[in-house]
Design a protein around this ligand. Structure first.
Ligand code: AMP
Length: 530
């Protein structure tokens, strides 16, 4: 019987990544820590900048249990701010400067941060309650703040970060992740795929997505360095190549669809020595396909010691919970999401919570130290998704909504979703959130969203909408423009449908639910598996 994986392994239950970083600072204060544009900052410089902010936050009352929001672009200051918040014992809440206004308002009122740290030049959102302290980083420059470590930092059970992810009811939900979950995840990575002071990680994931968290902290616990991608270049392979070559980046992460862009850009007659430094290429966020793995190893011939690793995990379980190292000699095998990382147990269960047998598809459940505390201010939803573990009394397990099966070798194969959550270029979207936002518009009576696959395999987020009967007769183009403008108040750009199709009515399935697959099929292309 599968369903239990003995992955218990020691991890530092009495420290956090903050103490581990400070230990490295003490060992190598002058070592390079951060490469950004033409500058290189040392461990000591990062530590001092973070300490200044940590002291400022403490002196204004922040500490263990506080939430501090960040509205920053990727930069040395952003990194120092994250470390500063963590050193103060607080949790950081990363917010996108370009968030739609209503979405920003929802996240700020839900999380009620005591502080918002930002750059000079960013104006205070009008929605921010007067009680929230607005901290432009340049306002600290002239203050006489200590640069020494705080005597006390976060405790392992404290919150480390709050990351908002798509919510099916129309509003994003805040996932609460504690330090020990993060420590376990980072220590597993270092034990399994170690890096040293010679390594340079690429920090290229937008900080509102949880993949960014390991990119932001792993290196600093090991003596390695990080290279920060300039903002808004996350899908630009030319910039990746330039930075890999110039800085000697050794570790990089891609969502598979961006890896495909990268490999296509490299092509076949590329001077591979420009990428000679690469050692580990991690993928996660969506399914890694056999053709992509094959393309990867054809691009990097046997002479280059570069590993491709498939990672899997939801935000609700501290970034990743499984891994699979893709081997060069297994290019025709389906790619598993792999085995559990340390101190994580996986279960693949039938609807009645009995174990699925090998090869049988069931729902994937996660148990162990990686689990998030839950959703902020959503006790009911937390109870629905973090359920009692029938196999380990007293423990919880997270119901992922992912379908999966065990292989004979004890690895997990991913088999899609059981619900209406989708991934578009690795970005998590609840179709229900898109539909709720469409329905907020006065001119829409009914709405269904889905992913349509075009002839060349490209994915389109598509919405089928029925106009409200009393909507004024206005030209189609104006109607669309108005609807898009309304959606942009609530939804990030990637979750706004690229296609909006007006319908007379929505076809229904015999059970009365909208027939999404039929809609997608009759409008060309095939329906994506959600
Ligand atoms: P997020 O919370 O944004 O990290 O999204 C988590 C979801 O992304 C998972 O529940 C899966 O549906 C999907 N996902 C993440 N990694 C993989 C992977 N390696 N293969 C297939 N799906 C993945």
């Amino acid at each position: 019987m599968r369903g239990f994986n003995d992955t218990a392994a020691p991890y530092s239950q009495d420290t956090t990544i903050v103490q581990q970083f400070e230990a490295r600072v003490a060992e190598q204060p002058l070592a390079p820590a951060v490469y950004v544009k033409e500058a290189i900052y040392t461990y000591g410089e990062l530590n001092r900048a973070a300490n200044r902010l940590a002291h400022a936050l403490r002196s204004s009352g922040a500490g263990n249990g506080s939430i501090v929001a960040l509205m920053l672009e990727r930069s040395f200051d952003m990194l120092a701010a994250i470390y500063g918040v963590l050193k103060a014992g607080a949790a950081y809440l990363p917010l996108d400067l370009e968030s739609p206004p209503m979405r920003l308002q929802t996240m700020l009122s839900d999380s009620a941060p005591g502080w918002v740290i930002t750059e000079g030049g960013v104006s205070r959102p009008s929605v921010l309650p007067a009680t929230v302290e607005w901290v432009p980083l340049d306002s600290l420059a002239d203050r006489d703040l200590p640069e020494t470590n705080l005597p006390d930092g976060p405790e392992p059970g404290d919150l480390a970060y709050v990351i908002y992810t798509s919510g099916s009811t129309g509003n994003p939900k805040g996932v609460l992740v504690e330090h020990d979950a993060l420590t376990n995840r980072i220590e597993w990575m270092q034990k399994t795929l170690p890096i040293t002071h010679k390594d340079i990680l690429f920090q290229k994931t937008v900080y509102t997505f949880d993949v960014s968290v390991w990119e932001l902290v792993w290196w600093s616990t090991t003596g390695a360095a990080v290279c920060l991608l300039q903002p808004r270049k996350e899908n630009d392979p030319r910039v990746f190549v330039r930075l890999i070559e110039k800085t000697g980046i050794t570790v990089i992460h891609f969502v598979p669809s961006v890896l495909r862009l990268f490999l296509e850009y490299i092509g076949s007659d590329f001077a591979l020595e420009r990428l000679r430094s690469l050692r580990y290429v991690f993928c996660s966020g969506e399914a890694l396909t056999v053709p992509l793995v094959s393309q990867f190893y054809h691009t990097f011939p046997p002479g280059q010691e570069v590993k491709l690793i498939n990672l899997y995990g939801p935000t609700e379980a501290a970034i990743d919970v499984t891994y699979h190292v893709c081997e060069r000699d297994a290019l025709d095998q389906p790619v598993p999401i792999g085995r559990p990382i340390d101190n994580i147990r996986l279960y693949i269960l039938r609807d009645d919570l009995t174990h699925a047998s090998i090869g049988e598809t069931g729902q994937l459940y996660i148990s162990g130290v990686g689990l998030a505390r839950g959703y902020l201010n959503q006790p009911q939803l937390t109870l629905e998704r973090f359920v009692p573990n029938p196999y380990e009394p007293g423990q919880r397990m997270y119901r992922t909504g992912d379908l999966a099966s065990w292989t004979m070798e004890g690895e997990v194969m991913y088999a899609g979703r059981e619900d209406d959550q989708i991934k578009l270029r690795g970005l998590r979207i609840e179709l229900g959130e898109v539909e709720s936002c469409l329905l907020r518009a006065a001119q829409v009576k009914a709405a269904v969203a889905g992913v349509r696959i075009g002839d060349a395999g490209e994915q389109f987020l598509t919405a089928f909408v029925v106009a409200a009967a009393d909507a004024e007769p206005i030209p189609e183009q104006d109607k669309l423009r108005a609807l898009r403008a309304e959606l942009a108040l609530y939804l990030p750009a990637y979750a706004i449908p690229t296609e909006i199709i007006w319908m007379d009515e929505i076809p229904l399935k015999p059970n009365g639910k909208a027939d999404r697959s039929l809609l997608l099929a009759i409008h060309g292309g095939k329906a994506a598996q959600s």
